[in-house]
Structures are given as C-alpha cells and as structure tokens.
Design a protein around this ligand. Structure first.
Ligand code: NAD
Ligand code: ZN
Length: 342
C-alpha cells in the first residue's frame, strides 16, 4: 500500500502530528483527490487547540482539514460525471439525503450531516477520498489558491446574498477571512457605503484594501455613531461575522428601522440582546448555517467569473511541515487566510 503524509489528531490533546499513513481507499461513489493546496479554517484551529466543542465532537485518530483544491486521480466505479485530472474542490458537508430538510432542498440544515475533516478523514494530506456528489469542478484557469477557499467564501456568499446589497449601506462586524470576503462581496454587488469593524489593525487594513469605505477599531472607535453620522438614518444591512457579543450590539445599533442582518459568527456562550429594538425597529434577523448546497456554489462561481477579487485575503503560505507556524499565526490573528501546501 502506498503511503502519504497527513496532519492528524492522534490523541485527545492539543496539537497535531505529521504522520505517514496509507493513501485512503475509495468507495464506489467516491473519488481520490491529490491535494494541491489546503487552507486552514477556524474549525481546524479549534481542533488543533482542542477546545470543548472539538473534544466533544472529534474522534481520534482523525486527519483534519476541509478547505482544498486538488486534482482527481482515481474514480470510484459508479462515478460517471467526473474524469481523472479535473481540478476540483468540494462542499465539506456530507448530507444524509433522507431527512425532511434534505428532501425539501435544505441540505445545509440536514439532521445528520457529516463534516469533512471533523467526522470523516479530511484533506490535510497528500490524498483524500471525497464523495463524488460533493465535488465542485473548478475552471482550469482558476488559481488553486482561490479554489482552496471556496468553502469559507461560500459562507460569506450565503450571508451576503441573503439580501440585495446594491445601493445599500452595509455594515460588516468582524474582519476575519469571512468578514473580509463579505467586504469584497458588498463592493462587488454595488453597495453604497461599506463599514467594517474589528479589533485587529492588520485585519482592518485588509478590509480597507478590499474596498471598505470606513473601518472602525471597536477597541477605541464607535461604529454605531459613525454609521448614523454618515448615513443619517442607519445602515440597511448588517453582516455579523465575528461571534462577539459587543460586535453584535454595535452592529444592531448601527441599523436603521426596517433593516436586516445575517448572523454567521458563532458565539462561545449565550447572548442577551435588546429584543425591544428588534421588535420596535422591525428588524429581520437571518441565521446563516454553512452554504446552501449547491445554490450558494453557483452564486459564488458567478461572482468570481464576473470579477470578484478575494486574492488579498490570502496572506500566508506554509508547507505541511510548518503547520505549527500556520496555527500560531491564526491564533495570533495577524493574518487573512493561511494556506498549507503538501
Ligand atoms: P475569525 O475568528 O477569523 O474572525 C472573527 C473576527 O472578529 C476576528 O478578526 C476578531 O478580531 C473579530 N472581532 C472580535 N471581537 C470583535 C468586536 N468586538 N468587534 C469587531 N470585530 C471583532 O473567523 P472567520 O473564520 O472569519 O469566521 C467568522 C465567524 O463565523 C466565526 O465566529 C466563525 O466561528 C463563524 N462561522 C460560522 C459558520 C456558520 O455556518 N454559521 C461557518 C464558518 C464560520
Ligand atoms: Zn439530511
């Protein structure tokens, strides 16, 4: 059996291990992908740090990672619609296909979802076995680095495209990779003014480069007053991309009456909020989970094809051997998207 390198969680402790393991075998409905570029997601960092969520969810040993671009090197015997050599990425949520949600076109909230690199072996490896139905074909001329970030870009597309952004004043709280993608999407969609907040100057600089008109460091600035001052009545749309209670309060406070918000950021514990403001200001709050499979993917493809440029979000590249540098950088936060090259 051929061997490959893989970054694995081998014991129920913080950290990872660069291992030699067998190249995975594939089921008849899967393909084997040779990974060209992987990207580190916040989820991978949670698993690396071994927080409560990951220690409750992840069974060891497990190869982690789910953001990638690569080429198909082998097809399962039932796979007809794909070919060896194709440049691909994949939707990392494997839906059951049987539950109420799957059967009504809402697979993104499937009752029995399995996640690549969380519940099944992932792509921080030279090769990965992926369900053919989850494969997303990339155009041959797509930079594989951009191909590798389709999954988080899809989270941003799902959040942003829940609204018509054209001509609207848009507030984005949190300029991690997904918030940064939202800045670029709002600009691309023809937003009027784009406001972005974070507590990290490195990320606020990136937000400026991606087209934010106003950036606010919430540690010393007042997003809510600024937005009201500039717009007169408050913003039309909030995209909450931080998972911070303070940012949520700032963002909701920045909205005009009748406005809408997408909530993607995940809060580490329960949040209390001013529901009277939601009620009397007639706000609409959308919870956003993952990507609509595959509606969001077609919308993302359309945005990229029509000139959406998210390349400034990619700030660092490391080899697999240097994974600890990548994780440390992500923990410190002075980065956009960090790539790992097998
Ligand atoms: P990230 O952690 O890199 O970004 C969050 C950003 O929020 C950071 O840059 C941080 O400095 C900033 N922040 C913290 N406090 C703030 C404050 N008071 N005001 C403004 N900004 C503040 O995360 P990411 O990978 O970009 O993902 C964004 C969020 O979405 C995370 O909370 C993540 O867990 C969540 N997420 C949700 C889904 C979903 O399906 N709902 C999927 C992926 C990620
Ligand atoms: Zn299901």
């Amino acid at each position: 059996m051929a061997l490959m390198k893989a970054l694995r969680k081998t014991t129920a402790n913080p950290g990872l291990e660069l291992c030699e393991v067998e190249v995975p075998s594939i089921r008849s409905d899967q393909v084997l992908v040779k990974i060209e570029i992987a990207a580190i997601c916040g989820t991978d960092l949670h698993i690396y740090n071994w927080d409560k969520w990951s220690s409750d969810r992840v069974k060891t040993p497990r190869t982690i990672g789910h953001e990638f671009a690569g080429r198909i090197v082998k097809l399962g015997e039932d796979v007809r619609h794909l070919k060896e050599g194709m440049l691909v990425t994949a939707e990392g949520h494997f839906t059951c296909g049987q539950c109420y949600y799957c059967r009504t076109g809402q697979g993104h909230i499937c009752d029995d979802v399995k996640i690549l690199g969380v519940d099944v072996d992932g792509i921080f490896a030279e090769y990965a076995a992926i369900d053919a139905k989850n494969i997303w074909l990339l155009p041959e001329d797509r930079d594989p680095a951009i191909g590798a970030i389709h999954d988080p870009l899809g989270n941003a597309v799902h959040s942003a495209y829940a609204h018509c952004l054209t001509g609207q004043n848009v507030v984005i709280t949190g300029c991690g990779p997904i918030g940064l993608f939202c800045v670029a999407l709002a600009r691309h969609a023809g937003a009027r003014k784009v406001f972005a907040s974070d507590i990290n100057e490195y990320r606020l600089d990136l937000a400026r480069r991606l087209g934010a008109d106003y950036v606010v460091n919430s540690r010393n600035g007042d997003l809510t007053s600024l937005v009201h001052k500039v717009t007169g009545i408050g913003a039309d749309i909030l995209l909450e991309m931080s998972g911070s209670k303070e940012a949520l309060a700032d963002g909701l406070g920045a909205l005009r009456k009748g406005a809408a918000a997408s909530l993607l950021g995940i809060f580490s514990d329960s949040v209390s909020m001013d529901l009277d403001a939601v009620i009397f200001n007639q706000l609409t709050l959308y919870g956003i989970n993952g990507r609509r499979v595959f509606d969001t993917w077609y919308q993302m493809e359309a945005a990229l094809e029509s000139g959406l440029d998210v390349s400034p979000v990619i700030t660092h590249r490391f080899s697999f051997e240097e994974y600890e540098k990548g994780m440390a950088l992500m923990n410190a936060g002075n980065c956009g998207k960090v790539l790992l090259i097998p």
